[in-house]
Design a protein around this ligand. Structure first.
Ligand code: HEM
Length: 484
């Protein structure tokens, strides 16, 4: 092993005794090894993610099992059997970096595919829908999930105050308070890209898609009481479960699937159902849009260094590769801005140069300088020559047919116009009786701590989704001594 040195490589003679004037001190400023050591220690933390702060990661592979080349020219899908390296980070959403893994919360399921055309990031969740449909509400929504600024306590009142005034959240609230709100670790849950994205074929044709990942380990959830117990006994339960499974060679796998729809199919579906297919609070039912298998995601290597890989990884929904595209989903549009911006602050100007974030394919751009630059382009030109560069027939956006949009600029309030209740009711009606009862009890716990007007408003939403939903929560509240 190399002898101990300073970070500048200078051999250290004595790392146990500070340089001092005499045996009792004081210490000398020229004992720079001590000073450098304390200074670096003071700077060990980077800001935690503003959401999804607690997480676990692993390396793996994505292997194509089914041909989807008629819908996309993205190179990672070019041939059955093709393998692309991946990195995945799972997370909870509302808790801090040290919070318990078993809290009732959606789980993040972010996947990076290191393709030969750059990084594709699918930063999704374990739920196919979301609480809101407009990104302008996201900071307010997240604040209600975090701590009360005065008491510094989590607050059911803040949460249900928001949810009860934003009925579009009901679908996701129903999922969150069902058994799926407390998955048994990360291996036993499904993943969803959630938004509508697009795939673009070699001729420039577009289809709209939603990505799904089905766990091959089977769905397993923690009973609510076990989740609460584990939060105390083993707050890193999901990290332990994932790390130990991979360490013993029990590699978790997910079947990657895609729902596909043409413009005409979505238009017909919207006419029939009244639902905006780009509304993130809605799902595309499997019966209307079946899932096509595409490949298998396997996690098979634990990170060597948590900070360098799991903490510094920087996913962005804006990272899609040629053969893919976005959609008009307002939430997706908001996210296209938010992630890179957050990472410029959280990790730094040159975060894309870190090994976990750098593409594994050749790359060439004219960004230069900034703090902590690793690869600064050497002596190459630092500007694009307008005449010479032109557009590449292979680049992102080339052959993307775009999509039609129309209408006057304005702010459009969907409340009372769009149907926020039917899909929530459908999810409720799908649950077997025992799971319905769990849903009622899981909701009654925090609701019983809320002021009456909030409870009444929220019960009104349950009633509209399904009268049995409202009645069940009322009965569970009554058991807790809350008449409603
Ligand atoms: C407009 C709505 C949203 C905004 C503004 C937003 C913003 C953010 C930000 C700023 C981060 C931290 C990024 C970082 O520091 O690296 C983050 C993390 C994350 N978000 Fe969102 N988010 C939104 C909606 C969503 C939705 C709908 C999903 C799932 C479908 C999602 C999934 C995730 C995941 C999985 C992470 C953690 C990624 C990781 O493991 O590093 N977010 N979000």
């Amino acid at each position: 092993m190399t002898a101990l040195t300073t970070a500048s490589g200078i051999p250290v003679a004595d790392h146990q005794n500070s340089l001092s004037a005499g045996p009792r001190g004081p210490l000398l400023l020229q004992g720079f090894h001590l000073i450098e050591k304390l200074q670096h220690f003071n700077r060990e933390r980077i800001p935690e993610r503003v959401v999804h702060a607690k997480g676990s990661g692993a390396h793996g592979t994505f292997t194509v099992t089914h041909d989807i080349t008629r819908w996309t020219r993205a190179k990672l899908f070019a041939a059955v059997g093709k393998v692309t390296p991946t990195f995945v980070r799972f997370s909870t959403v509302g808790g801090e970096r040290g919070s318990a893994d078993t809290e009732r919360d959606p789980r993040g399921f972010a996947i990076r595919f290191y393709t030969e055309d750059g990084n594709w990031d699918l930063a999704g969740n374990n739920t196919p829908m979301f609480f809101i449909k407009d990104p302008i509400k996201f900071p307010d929504f997240v604040h209600t999930q975090k701590r009360d600024p005065h008491t510094h306590l989590k607050s059911p009142t803040m949460m249900f105050d928001f949810w009860s005034r934003a009925p579009e959240s009901l679908h996701q609230v129903t999922m969150l308070f069902s058994d799926r709100g407390t998955p048994d670790g990360y291996r036993h849950m499904d993943g969803f890209g959630s938004h509508t994205f697009s795939l673009i074929d070699a001729a420039g044709g577009r289809v709209w898609v939603k990505w799904h990942l089905k766990t091959q380990q089977g769905i397993r959830n923690l009973p609510a009481a076990d989740a609460v117990r584990l939060a105390g006994e083993d707050p890193d339960y999901a990290q332990r479960d994932l790390f130990e499974a991979i360490a013993r060679g029990d590699f978790p796998r997910w079947t990657v699937m895609v729902q596909i729809a043409t413009d005409a199919e979505l238009a017909a579906w919207e006419r029939r159902t009244g639902w905006n297919p780009f509304d993130l609070t809605k799902v595309w039912p499997h019966s209307d849009f079946p899932r096509h298998p595409v490949g298998v995601l396997e996690l098979n290597r634990n990170p060597d260094n948590y900070h360098a890989e799991v903490e510094q990884v920087a996913f962005s929904p804006a990272n899609v590769v040629p053969g893919m595209g976005f959609s008009p989903d307002k939430m997706l549009q908001g996210r296209l801005f938010a992630y890179h911006d957050a990472q410029l602050y959280r990790v730094g100007t040159n975060h894309q140069q870190l090994p976990i974030n750098a593409p594994k394919c050749p790359f060439h751009h004219h960004q230069r300088d900034g703090s902590m630059t690793l690869h600064n382009g050497g002596g190459a030109l630092n500007y694009a020559n307008v005449e010479a560069s032109g557009t590449s027939p292979h680049g992102f956006g080339h052959g993307d047919p775009g999509w039609g949009s129309s209408g006057d600029a304005g702010r459009f309030d969907a409340r009372g116009i769009e149907d926020d209740f039917t899909q929530a009711g459908n999810l409720f009606r799908l649950l077997p009786p025992a799971e319905k009862q769990n849903l009622f009890d899981n909701l009654a716990g925090p609701l019983s701590k809320c002021p009456r007007d909030i409870v009444e408003r929220q019960l009104g939403h349950f009633d509209r989704a399904d009268p049995a939903y409202g009645a069940g929560v009322r009965a569970a509240l009554a058991k807790r001594g809350v008449a409603a």
